[in-house]
Design a protein around this ligand. Structure first.
Ligand SMILES: [Fe+2]
Ligand SMILES: [Fe+2]
Length: 274
């Protein structure tokens, strides 16, 4: 069994009150196998915001797997945006934007989907993308491992939209990435970006995919940029054919249990059970 604290969209620069300290206290309380932070650790990629994010990560348990999000690239500082987009990320958080965690039960591959140029290509500065090179990363790290190792891919931008909502924010290159993930037996993907907590089978949105893969999104753990949901993160418990996603939501004083979703895998298909 493995337990992951899946936090996302910290957005330091828009963090108020005791939420960051309460998050640290909550995660430290059960000491997960891994802390995953799926991007947007800052609001505007400024040094002071990165310093605050680094301080929070330093207080959270190890090991950790952290990737950048679109907000971790400067928006208005155009020179930095195009020529050194992750300068402060490298300085304060990590030099590694291809992080991997592996033990005998679990593989977690981090993919940086934040791009400097997407607003030129797609008309939206905040869009994300997965490159051919990153597909190779998934292949090299996941494809040769046995099915007994539970395989997870972490991106900032999600693969599926919230249930019943219009499609926006989905990572570009999702089809090719899911094709690769299917070939390599990936079981689950984790993301953030929309500041909404939800989960589902990727096949609900990508009909060509044959493999059942759970897509789990976390809300914003600490930012005031909430989208009608409280600050929250996911405590995910993984057994080979059973996954429980326990949302831990902030009530202004502490994080406590909120929605709980359980998936069981029957004949290779993940079934949602509440
Ligand atoms: Fe965000
Ligand atoms: Fe984002």
């Amino acid at each position: 069994m493995r337990t992951i604290a899946h936090i996302s969209d910290l957005h330091f620069g828009t963090v108020e009150g005791s939420v960051a300290d309460d998050l640290v206290a909550d995660v430290r309380d059960y000491n997960p196998s891994l802390v995953v932070a799926s991007g947007d650790v800052t609001q505007r990629a400024r040094a002071w915001q990165y310093r605050a994010a680094a301080d929070l990560l330093w207080k959270l348990p190890q090991p950790q797997l952290v990737i950048p999000g679109n907000h971790d690239i400067p928006l208005f500082d155009v020179l930095t945006r195009f020529f050194m987009p992750l300068r402060n990320y490298h300085k304060f958080i990590s030099k590694d934007v291809r992080p991997v965690y592996q033990d005998d039960e679990l593989l977690v591959v981090g993919i940086n989907t934040a791009r400097s140029f997407t607003f030129v290509l797609n008309g939206f500065w905040k869009d994300g993308q997965i490159s051919e090179e990153q597909l190779l990363d998934i292949k090299l790290r996941a494809c040769d491992l046995p099915p007994s190792v539970f395989k997870i891919v972490v991106t900032h931008h999600p693969f599926i939209p919230p249930p019943g909502e219009r499609v926006h924010g989905i990572v570009h290159g999702a089809k090719a990435a899911l094709d690769q993930m299917e070939q390599c037996g990936v079981d689950m993907c984790l993301a953030g970006h929309l500041h909404r907590g939800y989960s589902g089978d990727v096949r609900t949105h990508h009909e060509a995919v044959k493999r059942s893969i759970i897509s789990v999104q976390a809300g914003t753990a600490t930012s005031t940029r909430r989208r009608g949901e409280p600050n929250a993160y996911n405590r995910i418990t993984i057994n080979p054919d059973h996954v429980t996603i326990q949302v831990r939501a902030w009530d202004g004083k502490r994080f406590a249990d909120a929605a709980k979703t359980h998936f069981s895998r029957l004949d290779g298909v993940w079934q949602r059970e509440g």
